[in-house]
Design a protein around this ligand. Structure first.
Ligand SMILES: [Zn+2]
Length: 335
């Protein structure tokens, strides 16, 4: 498997067998250096260990072909070694049992990466509070392989269960996430998959979701529109447009950031103050924060029926594998 250096750094950094604090202290790696990158380049060549639980040298002794191949031992273990029991060493049973499979890319992780601290720092810098997000796993957020967020993994689980491999309808993916594009192309090969965005370069349609005149009425079988409406000036208009282009038999994933501690939608499309946007809407390019009830009311107003897929639907296994939170909800809209 080809892994870029950037990916390798993420995979090592997220591994439960990489103990950054221990590594820095033991080998005196200073704070300016990226510790995972250091282990991948200099550290392992010197026979240094990523943590007390993993011996670089022992792994190479047990698996000489890896030494000749030049792959970093921990990276190799994360990619394939743990699955085939290449190394027992001193790895605690508790860690061995933690390997989970990301629904988006199919790779295994011992831990997902946390939400980048930047977001919470910005919110707090401007006097805001993170509230109670419906579907953000702060600690197990990103897949180190495909960069899927927990919500993307939830959609992948849903699509795997509800859309068969033979699905040959038209899919419109608005503001496509690379991890999900990859998932769709791999798992739904017969679908007529189209991407759309207002700003992105490499998409099939450059469009404004409030006015999708390039798409005919009832022409789409399935759409994905995730975390888009909170950026859009008139979200009611955008919802009406999504309703218009959807076939009578079609459906769509339509998800927005929801703060469960809010009772009403807080919005101001004219607000241009960056600090206020961070404080009230959680990001500098958002113009609203949804309440759950407010969101459902707007969807109904646009003519949608809404199906909600939650914990009970996902089941303990998929919840765990994909690090979904207790309140994770996939909203599927139908006509
Ligand atoms: Zn993944």
């Amino acid at each position: 498997m080809e892994v870029s250096f950037e990916e390798a750094v993420r995979i090592v950094a997220s591994s439960l067998l990489f103990d950054e604090a221990w590594y820095r202290k033991t080998y005196r790696v200073d704070a300016e250096e990226n510790a995972a990158a250091h282990y991948l380049t200099e550290g392992y060549a010197k026979g240094w260990n990523p943590s007390q639980y993993f011996s670089t040298e022992m792994y190479l002794l047990e698996n000489p072909n890896i030494r000749w191949g030049g792959t970093n031992p921990l990276l190799h273990y994360e990619i394939v070694g743990h699955r085939v029991g290449l190394y027992r060493g001193h790895i605690p049973e508790g860690i061995l049992q933690r390997y989970r499979q990301c629904a988006c890319c199919g790779n295994y992780v011992s831990a997902y990466l946390p939400l980048p601290s930047f977001y919470l720092e910005e919110i707090s810098k401007y006097g805001g509070k993170p509230g109670h997000p419906e579907m953000v796993n702060m600690t197990d957020y990103l897949c180190p392989w495909c960069y899927s967020a927990d919500r993307d993994r939830a959609y992948a689980v849903w699509m795997k269960r509800e859309l068969t491999e033979d699905f040959s309808g038209t899919i419109l993916d608005i503001a496509p996430a690379p991890s999900l594009s990859f998932f769709i192309r791999k798992n739904l090969p017969k679908a007529d998959y189209k991407t759309a965005d207002l700003y992105m370069e490499q998409v099939d349609y450059h469009l404004d979701i409030m006015d999708m005149n390039c798409l005919a009425d009832e022409s789409i079988d399935f759409f994905i529109c995730s975390h888009v409406l909170e950026h859009v000036r008139d979200d009611r208009k955008a919802m009406r447009e999504l309703h218009r282009i959807l076939k009578k038999t079609g459906c769509g994933i339509l998800v927005v950031p929801i703060d469960l501690s809010q009772t009403e939608i807080d919005e101001d499309p004219d607000c241009t103050d960056i600090g206020e946007r961070w404080r009230r809407f959680g990001q500098d390019d958002h113009i609203r924060m949804y309440s759950r009830a407010g969101y459902l009311a707007r969807l109904a107003e646009a003519g949608f029926h809404v199906l909600q897929f939650q914990k009970k639907y996902f089941g303990t296994q998929a919840m765990y594998e994909n690090a979904l939170t207790e309140t994770a909800t996939v909203y599927i809209v139908v006509k």
